[in-house]
Design a protein. Structure first.
Length: 332
């Protein structure tokens, strides 16, 4: 299958998973029955989303494996059989089929042999990126990236709660194929051709003082004091836009924001590929630039982690060099 055909399958899969997540959020979170500290709804949605995506990809492109965030170990124990039942119901498949689909996401290219053809091209999946945003009824994403030869060459980024100008209902799926641009699709829809959406592009703002900066809501995901210093050094006057998940990549890709900072919170922390692959594909094809805090391109060739990189800086492009320089000064 060529890249267009693969991303078409990916769009179908991510759309289906987004619909599952919306139903779980409506049934279990927004219904007001959620007790404080109860994370079971997002656990159900996480597993069900991965089962749906991996199940569809297994049918449409069975030769490609998935590097996913979740494994089924938690669901296999007797004490979690009820959880498995809820996952199966929301995924719309028998329990054992759901487990089998989830475990299709267990591939690790770093441990595959040199002659294993599966490591040449595979998917990177985060079935729900932004679990706390999901529980708050705010931003989360279903993120699927296509990796070839250690490089991201396509992606599908579903953001069910992201409001978009010109749409009556929130929710958008952004799709990109390397060299062919990035496109916006509604979550609802049956035309999965990646190029039949509305083309998106980053902003052209280059004056640091007028930039709009995206940051994580959770302080554990970025070094917020350093990010605040970067904003001060750039002379940015607007308050940071805080949102969960790879929806931040979507915001920059659509020109709603101009930069996204994910600064390392501690020495040695390694970002996971599924947290960035889809977002990088979409943003770069929309005209943006993504590097680590040292200005190096993200290296997806090391398996499940971005072992050769520190943090992430994603921008519209024109302001990238100044943002990287400011981050360097802030981090010392």
């Amino acid at each position: 299958m060529n890249r267009d055909e693969l991303i078409e399958a990916g769009l179908e899969a991510v759309r289906a998973a987004c619909k599952v997540c919306v139903r779980v959020q409506a049934d279990l979170v927004n219904a007001g029955t959620l007790e404080k500290g109860d994370k079971s709804p997002v656990t159900v949605a996480d597993f069900a989303s991965q089962a749906v995506v991996c199940g569809i990809l297994a049918e449409r492109c069975p030769d490609l494996v998935v590097v996913g965030e979740e494994g089924s170990e938690e669901l296999r124990t007797g004490e979690h059989r009820d959880l498995l039942g809820r996952v199966a119901v929301h995924a719309g498949m028998p329990a054992e089929e759901a487990i089998e689909a989830i475990d299709r996401g267990s591939f690790d290219p770093a441990t595959a042999g040199d002659d294993d053809p599966r490591k040449d091209r595979y998917w990177a999946l985060d079935p729900i990126d932004g679990t706390k945003g999901f529980l708050r009824g705010e931003q989360y994403a279903v993120a699927l990236g296509l990796i070839e030869g250690g490089e991201v060459v396509g992606g599908v980024l579903g953001c069910p709660n992201l409001a978009v100008d010109g749409q009556d209902e929130p929710g958008v799926v952004l799709v990109a194929v390397k060299g062919a641009g990035a496109y916006r699709h509604p979550v609802e829809g049956t035309d999965h051709d990646p190029h039949h959406g509305r083309k998106i592009a980053v902003s052209e703002r280059s004056v640091p003082g007028v930039l709009r900066v995206c940051e994580s809501v959770e302080s554990g995901h970025t070094k917020q004091d350093a990010a605040a210093e970067v904003v001060r050094m750039l002379g940015v006057t607007a308050d940071p836009v805080r949102m969960d998940s790879q929806a931040k990549y979507a915001a920059v890709a659509m020109g709603v924001a101009d930069a996204y900072l994910r600064l390392p919170t501690r020495p040695g922390y390694v970002e996971r590929i599924w947290d960035h692959a889809a977002g990088v594909a979409v943003l770069e094809e929309a005209g943006g630039t993504v590097t680590d805090v040292d200005g190096r391109r993200l290296d997806f060739s090391k398996g499940r982690g971005l072992d050769n990189n520190r943090g992430v800086i994603a921008t519209n492009g024109p302001c990238h060099a100044e943002v990287v320089a400011a981050v360097g000064r802030a981090l010392g």
